[in-house]
Design a protein around this ligand. Structure first.
Ligand code: NDP
Length: 601
C-alpha cells in the first residue's frame, strides 16, 4: 500500500509543490554531508592491503621479462581487450596486456559476488558479440557469462600470448633517443614498447570506509570485489551454504549490495543491512533471450542497436529504427523529462520538465518500496529522497523483498554511517550489533587523479611527469593523446564523452586508436602526438561545451558522482554528448590526421 508521502508530487505540481520537494531533498542531503568528504575512505594498502589480495588466482613466480613489444596495454578489462583486438586487426604482432589480476576481464574478473550481473542489456553492453559469436543467455546475464566473453575476446585475438598477468606496471618512461617507451613492473620486468594504451578503468581500486575501529574487528571480513566463497560457500549464482549459523553485516546499499544482499539473506542466520543512503531501486524485468529473435538479427545489428541506444540515452531519435531497446535505463528520469518537454515546451522550460518528470519517477520508486516492504518503518527508511541521477540508479526484483524476511534487519544510520566497529561487531545509533562477519559493499575509488590512476609513474619527453602536465587540469586531443607523451593512448572517460553503456564508448576509442596507428605505420610516422594547436583547441572546446553539472550536483545527496557533496568544476567531459563526440572522431579519421601524424615536435 502506498502512502501519501510517496506521492509527494501531484501530476501538475505548482511551484510550491516543487519547493517543498526541493526542501525535503536538501534536508536529506544536509544530514549526510561530512566535513571529511572523499577523505572518509581508506585505500586497501598498508595494514589493509590484504583486502585487495587476488582470491581467484595463485600468481606463480616467474622469471622477469626483458624484451620488446609492439604495444603494451595497461589493463585487461573490456577497454584493454577491445584495444588489443583492434590493434591486432591493425597488424601489430606483439601485444602485451599487463594486469594485476590473474586473468583477463577487468571488473568482471574481480567482481564475482553472488548475484552479479550486468544491468545494461547484454546485446548492447557486451562488445564484439557478432565477431566472437557469443549469444548471451538472457537480457542481463550473470557475471560469469560476461567474464567468459571477455576471455573469449582474449583468446580470439591471441592476447594471452604476451600477457603478463598478476603484474602491475610501476613506471613508463619515454626514451626519446630510441623513440619507444620503457616499462617496469612490480615483478622486475623491464621491457620496451612502441605504443602504450592506458586502460585502467574506473573500478580498479576498491575502497574501505574509514570507520573508527575497523582494524579491531576480530571476525571475518572482505570486500564484495574479493568475495570469500571459501567462507560463505556457494558461488556467483548464490547457494551460500556455509553461513547458516552466521550473523553478517553488509555495509553499503549501492548497485553491488542490491545484487548480493538477497543471496546473503538466503544463506545467513541473520543479515544486517547497514544503510547510509538508500538506492533508487526500479524494476529489473530480466528474461531469457528469445532464440528466434536472436536468429533473426541481420549482420551489423549490434552496431545499429548500440547506436540507437546511445541516441535514445542522449535524448536523440534512434537512427536505425531498432525496435525494442527496452533497457531499464531508457526509462530513467532524464529520458522521461525530455519526453515531457516535447509535450509541454509551450508552458514549461526544459529544466522544469526534467525536474517534474524526475519527481514523478522518484514518486514511483518510493511507492514501489511501500508496495513491497511490509514493515512501514523499514519501508520509510528505504525510500530515496533525491533526484534520480544524483546516484547511480539500480534495478532489482529481489532486493526490496528481502526486507520482508524474518532474518533480515535494515540498520538505517540516518545518513551517518556506521559509528564504530568493535572486535565483535558494529555500532549503529549507540547500539552494538554482534556479528561474525562484515562484508564491505563500499565501492571503488572514483574521481582519482587520471594521471596516476593506472598506478604507474608516467614520464614523457624530457622526463615530464604526466601528473605534472595535468596538475592544472587535463590536456588532451579528443581525450586519447596528450602532447609530450608520444604513442601513449588513453582509453576511458577523459575529455571525451561517456555513456552508461561504457563498453560501447571504449570500442569506439579502440577503433579510433587502431585506425590512427594503421595510418602512422603506413606513413612511417614515428610519433603519434598532437600538435600544440590541436590540443589547445580541444581543451578550449571542452571548456566552452562543458555541461554545467555543478548546480545539479551541488544539490545532490553526497556520493561519488559529486565527490561526496563537494562537486568540482571539471574539464574532463565533452558536453556535446557521445553521439556528437563519435562523429568528431569519425570526421578526424576521414581527414588527413595531420594533427597527430605531423611529427608532433
Ligand atoms: P557504491 O560506491 O555505489 O556504493 C557504496 C555504498 O557504501 C553506498 O551505499 C555508501 O553509502 C556505502 N557506504 C560507504 N561508506 C559507508 C559507511 N561509513 N557506512 C555505511 N555505508 C557506507 O559501490 P558499489 O560497489 O555498489 O557500486 C560501484 C559501481 O559499480 C556502481 O556505481 C556501478 O557503476 C558499478 N556496478 C555496476 C553493476 C552493473 O550491473 N552494471 C552492478 C554493480 C555495480 P552512501 O550512498 O551514503 O555513500
Amino acid at each position: 500500500m502506498t502512502t501519501t508521502d510517496d506521492r509527494s508530487t501531484p501530476a501538475d505540481p505548482t511551484a510550491a509543490d516543487m519547493d517543498r520537494l526541493r526542501e525535503r531533498y536538501r534536508a536529506e542531503r544536509d544530514r549526510r554531508i561530512r566535513t571529511d568528504g572523499t577523505a572518509q575512505y581508506q585505500a586497501m594498502t598498508g595494514e589493509f592491503g590484504y583486502y585487495a589480495d587476488d582470491p581467484w588466482s595463485d600468481v606463480a613466480g616467474r622469471e622477469p621479462v626483458a624484451d620488446h613489444v609492439d604495444a603494451l596495454i595497461v589493463g585487461g578489462g573490456f577497454g584493454g581487450l577491445v584495444a588489443g583486438a583492434r590493434l591486432r586487426d591493425a597488424g601489430l604482432d606483439r601485444i602485451r596486456i599487463v594486469d594485476a589480476a590473474g586473468d583477463l576481464g577487468g571488473t568482471w574478473y574481480w567482481n564475482r559476488y553472488p548475484g552479479i550481473a550486468c544491468d545494461i542489456e547484454s546485446s548492447i553492453y557486451l562488445p564484439m558479440l557478432e565477431e566472437i559469436g557469443t549469444v548471451p543467455s538472457r537480457k542481463y546475464p550473470p557475471g560469469e557469462e560476461i567474464r567468459g566473453h571477455a576471455r573469449a575476446i582474449g583468446e580470439r585475438f591471441d592476447l594471452y600470448r604476451d600477457a603478463l598477468l598478476g603484474t602491475e606496471v610501476t613506471s613508463l618512461a619515454w626514451d626519446d633517443g630510441a623513440g619507444l617507451w620503457r616499462a617496469r613492473t612490480d615483478r622486475g620486468d623491464a621491457f620496451s614498447a612502441r605504443y602504450v594504451v592506458i586502460s585502467s578503468g574506473p573500478f580498479n581500486k576498491p575502497k574501505l570506509p574509514g570507520i573508527p575501529g575497523i582494524a579491531d574487528f576480530a571476525g571475518h571480513t572482505f570486500h564484495t570485489s574479493r568475495w570469500d566463497f571459501g567462507w560463505t560457500g556457494g558461488d556467483a549464482n548464490g547457494g551460500l551454504d556455509r553461513i547458516g549459523d552466521k550473523k553478517i553485516a553488509v555495509i553499503g546499499t549501492g548497485a553491488t549490495a542490491i545484487q548480493c544482499v538477497p543471496h546473503l539473506a538466503e544463506g545467513a542466520e541473520h543479515l544486517y543491512v547497514v544503510q547510509r543512503t538508500p538506492s533508487s531501486v526500479d524494476t529489473r524485468d530480466d528474461e531469457p533471450y528469445d532464440e528466434q529473435w536472436w536468429a533473426s538479427l541481420e549482420p551489423g545489428w549490434q552496431r545499429r542497436r548500440r547506436e540507437d541506444f546511445l541516441n535514445l540515452m542522449n535524448m536523440l531519435p534512434p537512427v536505425h529504427g531498432v525496435d525494442g531497446v527496452s533497457d531499464k535505463w531508457t526509462d530513467t528520469a532524464p529520458i522521461r523529462g525530455v519526453a515531457r518537454y516535447a509535450r509541454t515546451h509551450d508552458t514549461e522550460s526544459l529544466a522544469d520538465a526534467l525536474e517534474i518528470a524526475d519527481a514523478e519517477k522518484m514518486d514511483e520508486i518510493r511507492a514501489r518500496v511501500s508496495e513491497i516492504v511490509r514493515d512501514p518503518a523499514t519501508a520509510a527508511a528505504l525510500k530515496p529522497w533525491y533526484r534520480q541521477m544524483c546516484k547511480r540508479p539500480t534495478f532489482s526484483d529481489r532486493y526490496l523483498q528481502t526486507f520482508n524476511r524474518e532474518n533480515v534487519t535494515l540498520l538505517d544510520t540516518g545518513g551517518q554511517g556506521v559509528e564504530r566497529i568493535t572486535s565483535g561487531g558494529i555500532v549503529v545509533g549507540g547500539t552494538e550489533y554482534p556479528v561474525d562477519a562484515i562484508v564491505f559493499a563500499t565501492g571503488f575509488e572514483l574521481g582519482a587523479d587520471p594521471a596516476t590512476r593506472a598506478g604507474a609513474d608516467i614520464r614523457g619527453r624530457g622526463g615530464l611527469a604526466l601528473a605534472e602536465k595535468w596538475s592544472d587540469g587535463l590536456s588532451t586531443l579528443h581525450g586519447w593523446v596528450s602532447r609530450g607523451f608520444p604513442n601513449l593512448f588513453h582509453v576511458g572517460a577523459l575529455q571525451n564523452s561517456a555513456s552508461v553503456n561504457f563498453a560501447h564508448v571504449l570500442e569506439e576509442q579502440a577503433t579510433h586508436i587502431a585506425t590512427v596507428v594503421t595510418e602512422a605505420e603506413k606513413r612511417g610516422v614515428d610519433a603519434i602526438e598532437p600538435t600544440a594547436e590541436s590540443e589547445d583547441a580541444w581543451v578550449a572546446t571542452i571548456r566552452e561545451r562543458a555541461v554545467d553539472q555543478h548546480g545539479f550536483l551541488a544539490e545532490c545527496t553526497p556520493g561519488y558522482y559529486n565527490f561526496e557533496g563537494r562537486p568540482r568544476k571539471r574539464n574532463e567531459q565533452f558536453g556535446g554528448g557521445p553521439v556528437e563526440f563519435h562523429r568528431i572522431l569519425g570526421a578526424f579519421r576521414e581527414g588527413d590526421m595531420n594533427e597527430v601524424l605531423g611529427g608532433g615536435r
